[in-house]
Design a protein around this ligand. Structure first.
Ligand code: SAM
Length: 291
């Protein structure tokens, strides 16, 4: 939703009817109604290029590194030996860029429902993919993620659901059908992570995901990071595995694995990794009340 004002257009994000955020649109770079979503990319003085889908901000150049580093390095370094990675969504390319930094990963599949997002982000958000779309390990599949995970005969070590919120095409990626499909194509010792919203404002989404994932995985929890663009506090990332030890790795192990990876980061470090599994009491209370 946007309205013209005297100096600059103001772009409002109103995820919640009485609470939101705004961006000045310094220059609209691209707007397209793709087959699935209304896509806009614009320049903002504070956050750089901003991409929104169906009126909801997906990513900004200024703070995307926090989200993409936490959704890749935490599961991949916790796993310690991931060779095959599946990204669901991720059309802006930021998640792929960070997965590609892990040289031990041999194959990366990305299942994105909207070819337009890949095409337009490749052109207008080049810093997100940073050339990773040309990585020889990468394979792009244009499909609904829920279809893919329920039909593929491939098996993965880590699955990363980098999806929109559960509205529009993203809705199917918060269903039991999707989670069952992920459990189906994940190695028994595999790790599943998913963006699960800002828990202070979208607590029900976290509780619902936890309840559904618990039917398919033995150890389900969350980890968290604060990303300024996803306003309202910490964003929770769903965490689902069959091995609770993955969440309890000691600092020395994480330090050694991070050093061996040779990755340089701007947000992630082993202490942040360990601390990210500490959750606010209100969320813990809501999860235990759910049973
Ligand atoms: N960082 C963002 C967030 O936290 O909301 C997510 C960014 S990424 C651009 C979200 C991607 O999910 C989009 O490219 C969108 O097209 C894709 N997507 C939405 N629903 C999907 C589905 N059912 N299957 C595959 N991709 C989907």
């Amino acid at each position: 939703m946007s309205q013209k004002v005297s100096r600059k257009e103001i772009w409002y994000e109103t995820l919640h009817s009485s609470f939101g955020q705004y961006f000045t649109v310094d220059q609209e770079l691209y707007r397209e109604k793709t087959a699935h979503q209304d896509l806009v990319i614009f320049e903002n003085a504070a956050l750089g290029r901003v991409m929104a889908l169906d009126g909801v901000v997906q990513t900004t150049e200024r703070d995307e590194f926090i989200y993409h580093e936490m959704m890749t390095h935490v599961p991949l370094l916790a796993h310690g030996n991931a060779r095959r990675v599946l990204i669901i969504g991720g059309g802006d390319g930021g998640m792929l860029r960070e997965v590609c930094r892990h040289k031990t990963v041999e194959q990366i599949t990305m299942v994105e429902i909207d070819a337009g997002v890949v095409e337009f982000c490749r052109q207008y958000l080049p810093n997100h993919n940073a050339g990773s779309y040309d990585d020889s390990r990468f394979k792009l599949v244009i499909d609904d993620g829920v279809n893919f995970v329920n039909q593929t005969d491939e098996i993965y070590d880590v699955i990363i659901s980098d999806c929109t919120d559960p509205i529009g095409p993203g809705e199917s990626l918060f269903t039991s059908d999707f989670y069952a499909g992920c459990a189906r194509c994940l190695q028994p010792e595999g790790i599943f992570v998913a963006q699960n919203g800002v828990c202070f404002l979208q607590q029900d989404e976290a509780v619902n995901s936890h309840q559904k994932l618990s039917h398919y995985f033995q150890d389900v929890s969350f980890y968290q990071a604060a990303i300024p663009t996803y306003y309202g506090g910490i964003m929770t990332f769903a965490w689902a595995t069959n091995n609770s030890a993955y969440r309890q790795l000691d600092n020395a192990t994480l330090q050694a694995r991070f050093a061996a990876s040779g990755i340089t980061s701007r947000y992630y470090n082993p202490a942040i990794h360990q601390g990210s599994f500490a959750l606010p009491q209100y969320l813990l209370n809501a999860l235990s009340a759910q049973g």
